[in-house]
Design a protein around this ligand. Structure first.
Ligand SMILES: [Zn+2]
Length: 413
């Protein structure tokens, strides 16, 4: 079951193939009265290491050309099925050839192909999931990851899910907090998240419903809310969107090598020169994101900066991203970029002692500290939506503020 959960997370919505079926079930085979009273035999079988789909199905008597029809009917891409992928085969009593094959296409659906004479007929069965909210509270010792890993909660929330949760929280507050630089020991994080359990007993983590952060002396809160046009955003307690014109950090959060200072001893030049940006230590090749909407001014080699991208934004703001190992697709002068677009990759080109991103935020040409600069206000919800938002917020808030009880978590299967 754990593998199912992790497999589903790892492949995201990518492939039918990522979902592993765990529970066995008996099937009736209509129109095939058995000569004996024996019920059909249902077998769960798994794609083994290095094995082809043909070999797996061959064990159940399904061979070419029958096999091709079945694979097509089920919509399977044989090249994308991972080791451990599971299918169920129903054999009429004592018969080596399966007459029914069941696979899981998505977490919400099970698909069966039933042999009817020489063809396969499809049957779809929905899988119901129950959703409830669970609360995770963590205190930072070294990082948000640590806080989530150490949070007292049911063991059903595995390490991978906890790390992912830390990232999801960082996404919610991507415009408020630079998670690689501003998080300090003692900071507190409380997250309310969806917990889903299927009628088959599988479990998975859903969306972040709400979260509060205590970073330094500042408090942040985010509440998930669906707008009438279907977009989903996080809003503060007053109903103002957490989105801003600029991300706090133009890379996914990692430990950084130095913060913003006006004067710094430059490790290569060996002179005290102003350091007019923020350095983010990140693995080579880490995508660098446009901090805000704008236009590309420069995407070229630029002396000590190495490969440099400079973006021009509204209100006289420019941002610079230096020491890149390469440029993002379509990043050339005049190109339009949107916030979050990949504009390049972390490297060590130019005058750089180590692999890192050098990021500058300039207002009318003067360097400013991106972590303290005022990034303006977010968009408030229209007045007519506020009552519904307030209702949601209070529901989430009550759950966020509930006493942490470890036994309140989901029970282990
Ligand atoms: Zn720098």
């Amino acid at each position: 079951m754990r593998r199912w959960v992790l497999g589903g997370l790892a492949t995201g919505g990518l492939a039918i193939a990522g979902y592993l079926l765990v529970t066995a079930r008996r099937f009736e085979i209509p129109g095939r009265p058995s000569a004996t009273a024996l019920p059909p035999m249902v077998m769960t079988d798994t794609l083994r290491r290095g094995e082809s789909l043909g070999e797996l199905f061959g064990r159940h008597g399904i061979v070419a050309p029958d096999l091709y029809g079945l694979v097509t009917s089920l919509g399977l891409d044989p090249t994308r099925l991972p080791e451990g992928w599971v299918a169920q085969f129903s054999h009429p009593a004592d018969h080596p050839v399966a007459s029914r094959v069941t696979v899981r296409t998505t977490p919400e659906e099970e698909l069966s192909a039933v042999r009817v004479r020489n063809a396969w007929q499809l049957e779809r069965a929905p899988i119901r999931w129950n959703t409830r909210a669970i609360r995770v509270e963590g205190s930072v010792s070294t990082s948000v990851h640590d806080a989530m890993l150490a949070a007292p909660l049911d063991e059903a929330l595995g390490p991978d899910q906890r790390i992912r949760l830390a990232w999801d929280v960082a996404d919610v507050f991507a415009w408020q907090v630079d998670f690689s630089r501003e998080i300090q020991p003692g900071d507190r994080i409380v997250v309310l998240l969806e917990w889903l359990e299927s009628e088959r007993g599988e479990t998975r983590v859903g969306k972040v419903l709400a979260a509060t952060l205590e970073v330094g002396r500042r408090d942040y809160a985010g509440f998930r809310f669906a707008l009438p046009d279907g977009r989903v955003q996080y809003f503060d307690a007053a109903g103002v969107s957490l989105r801003r014109a600029f991300l706090k950090a133009p890379v996914e959060f990692r430990r950084i090598s130095s913060g913003f200072t006006n004067r710094r001893f430059h490790p290569i030049l060996r002179v005290n020169r102003p350091h007019q940006g923020v350095d983010y230590a990140a693995a080579a090749g880490t995508p660098v994101l446009a901090a805000g909407d704008g236009f590309v001014v420069t995407a070229n080699w630029s002396g000590n900066y190495g490969r440099l991208v400079e973006l021009r934004h509204r209100n006289g703001i420019t941002t610079r991203y230096a020491h890149l190992s390469g440029f993002g697709p379509g990043i050339r002068p005049q190109a339009r970029v949107l916030q979050g677009d990949v504009i390049g990759y972390v490297g060590s080109s130019g005058l750089a002692t180590a692999v890192h991103l050098h990021y500058e935020f300039r207002v009318n040409g003067a360097a400013r500290n991106p972590s303290t600069v005022d990034l303006g206000d977010g968009t408030p919800l229209p007045a007519e939506l506020l009552p519904r938002f307030a209702e949601e917020r209070e529901r989430f808030r009550a759950l966020l503020e509930a006493e942490p009880v470890s036994s309140a978590g989901p029970s282990a299967p």
